[in-house]
Each structure stands twice: as C-alpha cells, then as structure tokens.
Design a protein around this ligand. Structure first.
Ligand code: PLP
Length: 388
C-alpha cells in the first residue's frame, strides 16, 4: 500500500504522550474521576470586553475580506504602543512588527525563512516542541542546549562547542519558560545578545508568557542595547487573554528577519481574520485592567495550593515566578514517564512527563495551573496518600 508520508515527517521526534493520552481517555470513559494538569490551555473564558469588541467587529464587512498579511496598521500601532508602555522600547510599526496566526505559527515558519539546509539551530532542552519541528521542516540541524536546575534553567552559552558556533544561524530562547517556569534576568539577555552579535546569528525569543508573571514583570530582550540587530521576539495573546483558540500574536524586532518571515507567510497564509485583530487590539490596549490582574490572582492561589501540597507530600519543587506551570522533581528513583503513568493509573491525576520536552526534562514533571482550586485540593489529598 502506498503511504503519503514525506521522509521529513519521520524525522520528527516521537510523540511521547500517546500512551498517556490513550489511558486518560480510557479512564474517563470508564467513569474515573480524572484531574487533568496536562493541558497548557487556560480553562477560563476569553475576557468579556474582548468578546464584546469581537461581536461588533464580526459584523463589519471590511473584516470579511482578506486581511493585510502583516496585520492592520492599527494592530501594529497598538502592539508598538504596548511595547513602549510595557517595556520602554520604541518599535516602528511599519517595519518592526508583524501579526501572526498565533506565535506557534511564526515560530514554526521562522526556520523556513532564515535557515538554509545544514545550518545549525540552537534549541533549549527541555523546550516547546515547535522549535525542533520548524527546524526539521527547513532542513536545519538541531543543536540542543541543556537547561539545568543548577543554572536556573538558563543555557550555558560558553559550553556551545566552537565548531557548532560557526554554523549557527538561529537560536531559540523562551523566557518566561515553558515547561520550567523559569525567568531570565536582564544580564542573561545581555549575554545572549552579545553572543549572537559575536557569532552573527539571529535570536528568536519566545515571550508567550511575558504577561503571566506573579512578581516583577519580565523585561523584553529588545530592551537590550543592540538587540534589534540580532533578535526578534514573539508575543502571544493566547495565554494573556485566554484566547488560545482565536489565533493571534505578533513578532517584533529585526526588520530584515521580519521581511523574510513575512515572505514565507504571504505564500502560505493570508493573515489573521480582521475581527480577531480588533479583538487583539482591545486586549493589548487594556493590559492593566482588573480582569487581567484577577486572572493572575487566580493562578497564584492555584500555584500556592499546588506547590504547598506537593511539598507536604515530600516532593521537591520551586515556586514559579511566571507562567502557569509548576515544574516538580520526580520522587526519588522514578523517571518522568513512570511518575506520570503511575499518577494516572493509581490516583487519576494527569501531568506531563518532563521527558516529553526533550532529554533535559527527564526527572521532572509539569503540572499546568488550569485546574480549579477545589480540584487541586482534591488532587493533593490523593497525592498525600500515595506512596511513590
Ligand atoms: C502556548 C505557547 C505558545 C503558543 O502560543 P500561540 O500564540 O497560541 O500560538 C508559544 N510558545 C510557548 C512556549 C507556549 O507555551
């Protein structure tokens, strides 16, 4: 029988959660009371004021036609205003911002725009899977940068071998970080920008969680002097405004790289639905609204219950300062797949094994704070009675 799979698909890493997904579905079908910390997707609805703007925008015939590929002028100006107010960074809305059909789309297409076959791409391990997939689709070579707890989950750039440095075209970074919840200090961004300038490669900094922070708001890499020469930063509206299904984000920074990315995009997509762009504008203009603060307070309460419960049960876990993830060390002697499988089989709790984010995630497990506080209490009661 003829199969229609291109060779490049077999180069993608195996999807490790197949077995856990299957077990989860079977357990649900059997009527078991599953508590699911697996999904990195906000459980709360999109904020009311955004839905209201969308409801009006959807009736405007101007929005029924193809949108401008790089985003409407108003969307780009709003993103520039947000950048100026939030990060004190001036961006030219004509050349330094483009709209994306969600940041995942832009992150995935970027290597096709800037990486030639056999160029090397530096990828954090553990990391969000699209960095590797986009690199494979473009024919690039992945060089994984281990993130370790003892280095605050920051890559050690000095460890990158010199023969690799010579071939690097692109480096992905992601702070605040999924899956570890770590934030990068300004000093690390400075070091990364200097390193990229020295070796002449581009940095793609994924800032999808820039607004999901519990303390000091994280900086933009573009606020580092000289960053615009070597960096584009990806911003998402998905997690900030509970808009994952709407598909809107933007990339900002180096104008040349954005031209290349826009060229790829103009050949494969035709922009973000105009009404969704207007909904996004409404969000970006209202970043300081009480609803957004209340959302973070909700995550903070959930975080505190989960971290406290895990520690009471003897787990080793840091309190994340950003993102809606808690990254916990697996109990002594258990690898991450075994831990996840046993939690599901024995106490009906789902979490994601760290190894699913790359070898560097082994020994850890990720809980998403997308579960009601009451249910987190219930999960922690089960965990307290569980013996690893
Ligand atoms: C959720 C997530 C994204 C995707 O955001 P979209 O804008 O919905 O595509 C990007 N990067 C990381 C690290 C994420 O966790």
């Amino acid at each position: 029988m003829k199969t229609w799979h291109a060779d490049r698909l077999s180069k993608l890493p195996p999807y490790l959660f197949v077995e856990i997904d299957r077990k989860k579905r079977a357990a649900r079908a059997a009527g078991r009371d599953i508590i699911d910390f697996g999904v990195g997707d906000p459980d709360q609805p999109t904020h009311r004021f955004i839905i209201e703007r969308m409801s009006v925008a959807i009736g405007d015939p101007a929005n029924h036609r193809y949108a401008q590929g790089i985003g409407s002028r108003e969307f780009r100006e709003t993103a520039a205003d947000y950048f100026r107010k939030r990060f004190d960074v001036a961006l030219d809305p004509e050349s330094e911002i483009i709209a994306l059909v969600g940041t995942k789309e832009g992150l995935g297409h970027l290597p096709t725009a800037v990486v030639d076959p056999d160029d090397t791409v530096l990828i954090p391990d553990p990391g969000y899977p699209v960095y590797e997939a986009g690199t494979i689709f473009a024919g690039g070579k992945c060089h994984f940068m281990p993130l370790r707890e003892e280095s605050q989950w920051l890559p050690r750039l000095a460890e990158i071998p010199s023969e690799v440095r010579r071939r690097v075209r692109l480096m992905y970074l992601n702070y605040p970080n999924n899956p570890t919840g770590a934030c990068a200090p300004r000093s690390f961004f400075e070091e990364a920008v200097a390193f990229a300038r020295e070796h002449g490669f581009l940095i793609a900094q994924d800032a999808a969680y820039a607004e999901l922070c519990f303390g000091e708001p994280p900086p933009s890499m573009l606020s580092i002097a000289g960053a615009k020469e070597v960096c584009i930063e990806f911003h998402s509206l998905s997690k900030t405004f509970n808009m994952t299904g709407w598909r809107v984000g933007f990339a900002a920074g180096n104008a040349n790289a954005l031209v290349a990315l826009a060229k790829v995009k103009s050949n494969v997509d035709s922009g973000v639905f105009g009404a969704v762009q207007q909904a996004g504008i409404e969000g970006l203009r209202n970043i300081g609204r009480s609803e957004i603060k209340a959302q973070m307070d909700l995550y903070r309460r959930r975080r505190d219950v989960l971290v406290h419960g895990l520690r009471e049960a003897g787990w080793r876990v840091a309190t994340p300062q950003a993102t809606f993830f808690v990254w916990a060390r697996c109990p002594e002697g258990l690898d991450s797949m075994t831990t996840a499988t046993r939690l599901l089989d024995e106490i009906d709790v789902v979490a994601i094994p760290g190894s699913g984010f790359g070898k560097g995630g082994e020994g850890y497990i990720r809980f998403a704070l997308t579960v009601d506080e009451d249910r987190i209490h219930e999960a922690m009661r089960r965990l307290a009675a569980w013996r690893a």
